[in-house]
Structures are given as C-alpha cells and as structure tokens.
Design a protein around this ligand. Structure first.
Ligand code: GAR
Length: 315
C-alpha cells in the first residue's frame, strides 16, 4: 500500500518532528514525511528537516490575518501532496477553515493528560495541583483548543520536589515514544476508523449532532441531551468504548454480569445508569451498537421526535 504523506507543522525546536521523521525511516512505517512547515523561518527544526532531505517551508505569520496565513500553509501542504497533518509544537491557534479542511486528518501532541490542562504551562499546573502524574496526549484536532478525541496517552510520574523543567524533559521523552506510534496506528487504522463507524450510525438518528466533550466525541440531540460518547483511553483506562444510557443501574449490573468482556460501568456516568460497550475486543457487533444508539437516543430525545419514530416503526 502507498504510504500516507504526513505534513508536520512546527514552531521551534522540532524534537517531536524529529521523532516522527526517524520513525518514518523504519521500513514498515505507514507514513513518510512529505513536508515540514513552520510559522518561523528560523525555527531550528526546519534546518534539521532540510539536512535530512525533507522538503521544508518557513514563513512568519507576523502582520497577517490568521485565516490568510493558514491558507498559505494549507496551500503548501496540498502542493506537497500531504494526506495527513501532525502538529508538533505548532504554537498557533488555527482558523476554523483550516481545521475544517483537515478534519479527521490532523493530529496534535499536547504535554498533559487531556482533558487536564489544555493550553499553556501544563507541567507547572500539574505540579501545583499535586498530581501524581503528568504526561502527554495525542488527539485529533477540532475547532476547540486541545479538545478533540484522544487517540493515545502516556503517563509520566511526578517526583517529589520535581521542577517544571525536569518534568518537561521526561514528558518529552514520553512524547517521542508516543507520537510516532499513535500516528502510525491512526494511519494504519485506515480511512474508516471505529469512530467513523460510530459517527455514521449516531448521526443517522434524527436531529443528532456531534460535539467534543472532556476529550471524548459526544453525540447529542440538537439543543438537548447527550445520548452517546465515544471514548479512547479515557483517563488512562486503556479502552476504546461507546458509552450509552441503559435503563438504570439494575440493567447496567445485569449486563455486566452477563457479558463482562463486552460491558463495563463507565467511571463518571456509571452512577447515572450509563453502560460502557467495548469496541476494542476483536470484531465489533455493529447491529448491537446500532440498537444501543437507538435506545439511548430515545431516552435523550424530546417526545416530539420519539413520537414520530414510534409512528414510523409501525409501518
Ligand atoms: C512539546 O512538548 C509539545 O508537546 C508542546 O510543545 C513542545 C514542542 O517541542 N506542544 C504544545 O504545548 C502544544 N499545545 P518540540 O518542538 O521539541 O517538539
């Protein structure tokens, strides 16, 4: 199969870009680096990429409107034939047009265990909060900052008396392990990801809409309640799962007892009678997923909509 062509956007040092670049030199890597671009022509990472024989592009964003600058980067990525984009220490907010243009094909690495500590000063905030661990997350890029579905995380212990710099240095080692691996898995999983499969079914329900919430992809009825969440390694649980509403905690307990490999009690929504369905246990039973989405949607949807569905069901 042809390799995916990854465009990497950087703003400075570019050590994550280097991790991606050297991982791409291993023969079974499913991507190659097609372009390294920076919003600073003097970014040290550009020099390294050029020395490694990679095409580079550097231009300052100063004095330009965000969308105008992003359009230039977009043009360069497309001219280089990029199929996917990885942000690697790219310290620029992106315009909605740019994000939309690379929807589901752009990832970012962020130095915290998302959904904790979006934005800047992540290590400082983790130490100040007295957290036992910091870490890093790779997530799909959506319109909101550091908010798209998390594809993978690595935890890093915070030592007693740890300084921001020493924690940042160790998290960076973790980033270099995590990023190439998650990008490779994400690309290997192909165009139709498990999330795409869930999304197709969830959004087929009347007035269903999608929104990210606490690092997960959520599905809700327009202007109303959520009826499903797609979670990947939520709070480090290591699972890919769909969370939907069961009729209550009794049914939840019954389901888990009946099939503990498939069903589980989700950490936060469990007490409200939600049920977790694992999607990472081999072949997924998509009919079952569809039935659950339907049921859960009915519980969240207003009467006006469920009545229509009941009528339709009679025919
Ligand atoms: C990395 O720690 C990366 O996670 C962080 O910037 C650093 C870039 O280092 N990114 C962010 O904070 C994005 N919100 P690098 O240039 O050596 O890869």
């Amino acid at each position: 199969m042809a390799k995916a062509r990854l465009g990497v956007l950087i703003s400075g040092r570019g050590s994550n870009m280097a991790a991606l670049l050297y991982a791409a030199r291993v023969s079974d890597c499913p991507y190659e680096i097609a372009l390294v671009a920076a919003n600073d022509p003097d970014a040290p990472g550009l020099m390294l990429a050029a020395a490694e024989g990679i095409a580079t592009f550097g231009q300052s964003h100063k004095g330009m409107k965000r969308a105008e600058f992003d359009a230039i980067i977009d043009r360069e990525l497309r001219a280089a034939g990029c199929t996917h984009v990885a942000l690697a220490g790219y310290m620029r907010l992106l315009s909605p047009e740019f994000v939309e243009g690379w929807a589901n094909r752009m990832v970012n690495i962020h130095p915290s265990l998302l959904p904790l500590y979006k934005g800047l000063h992540t290590h400082e905030r983790a130490i100040e909060a007295g957290d036992s661990h910091g870490g890093c997350s790779v997530h799909l890029v959506t319109a909101e900052l550091d908010d798209g579905p998390v594809l993978g995380q690595a935890r890093v212990a915070i030592l007693p008396g740890e300084s921001t710099d020493s924690l940042a240095a160790r998290v960076l080692i973790a980033e270099h392990q995590l990023y190439p691996r998650v990008v490779a898995d994400w690309i290997r999983s192909g165009t139709k990801s498990t999330l795409d499969e869930v999304r197709d079914r969830a959004l087929a329900l009347p007035e269903a809409r999608e929104k990210t919430s606490h690092g997960s992809q959520g599905f809700h009825v327009e202007g109303g309640k959520f009826f499903a969440y797609f979670t990947v390694n939520h709070h480090g649980d290591g699972m890919t799962a769909l969370l939907v509403k069961a009729s209550g905690v009794e049914e939840q307990a019954m389901l888990i007892e009946r099939d503990p490999d498939l069903y589980f009690r989700p950490a936060y929504l469990g007490p409200s009678g939600w049920i977790g369905i694992r999607l990472d246990q081999g072949e997924v039973d998509w009919t079952l997923v569809e039935d659950w989405l339907n049921r859960s949607w009915r519980m969240a949807a207003p009467k006006r909509l469920t009545k229509l569905m009941d009528l339709a069901d009679q025919f």
